[in-house]
Design a protein around this ligand. Sequence first.
Ligand code: ATP
Length: 333
Amino acid sequence: MRIAVLPGDGIGPEVIRAAEAALRELVPEMELVHGDVGLECHSRRGEYLPEETIDLIKGTDAALFGAISTPLRTEGYRSPILTMRKELDLYANLRPVKNLAPGVGLVDLDVIIVRENTEGMYTGDESVDADGVTLGRRVSRRACERICRFAREHGESSGRSRLTCVHKANVLRRSDGLFRDVFYDTATGSHMSCGDMLVDAAAAEMVVRPEALDVIVTLNLYGDILSDEAAALAGGLGVAPSANIGDRHALFEPVHGSAPDIAGRNVANPSAALLSAAMMLEHLDMEDEADALRSALRGTVAAGGRTRDLGGNLGTEEFASLVVEGLRRRRAL
Ligand code: ATP
């Protein structure tokens, strides 16, 4: 088993170090191969995403990514993460959100957000004229079909009971209407109960009736915003993991960015990176190892181990050591 590890910038290397320590404890035979990406990579090598890094991901079983910083001048800049999603056809962005322990977060949530990752508002197709900018927003039948199918299969295999298509088809009648129609076509025969909801209603529901949401399938922009909302409600960006999955490749990353405001100070919460590593293990059919990692993390938090963002005073390394100790204890049982 070979994994591409791409720490990136800011707190990326700090939280990925924690995830690597947990992976080494859980699967000592796993080979972790480092690759370069991001702003610091650009200052070292003149490229934000070297071809070599793409080749590394293509040649390994999965990739674990930290975070990257965006340059101040963005003309001509194309985000490496958007490029990787496109180049590797990572069409499904999976963002599960669940409180780490009772009392963590503002709302009790247990929701899986499945976000279309290749089209919608994020095509980068902006054309400037004398008076403004026009954005090309693409919604294709093929992309709708594969994301709806992915959400259904993932929801069913995870034992979930409700699948909700989130859209804005009351205004965007043809594009979001296509997405909603394809959703109902692909949902036929599912044993989950399937329905749809407007994105503004879903944003409100998450706060006032979070138990109404189970698995959500949605388009790119809505998924981005709803998953950040969910993360904020369940404990903040420090605890939100994600996966970018395609038919041939998969890349796992915390939802948060490089957090330059706290970088280099050993205060970042590595939970999102640890949970991303657990998602990767599950994707690689190592369910027991994934469960062990989640339990060790939850156990650490339930026992009062908290980083600063969750009201505690543990540093990134101290928190990660407690999780690794928890893994060792479980192994010794
Ligand atoms: P970028 O430009 O790379 O996206 P950003 O600071 O704009 O960076 P985030 O990195 O997502 O965006 O951070 C948003 C806020 O959340 C910051 O105040 C940051 O300190 C905090 N934050 C993000 N990740 C973590 C973490 N793992 N632990 C603690 N706080 C975090």
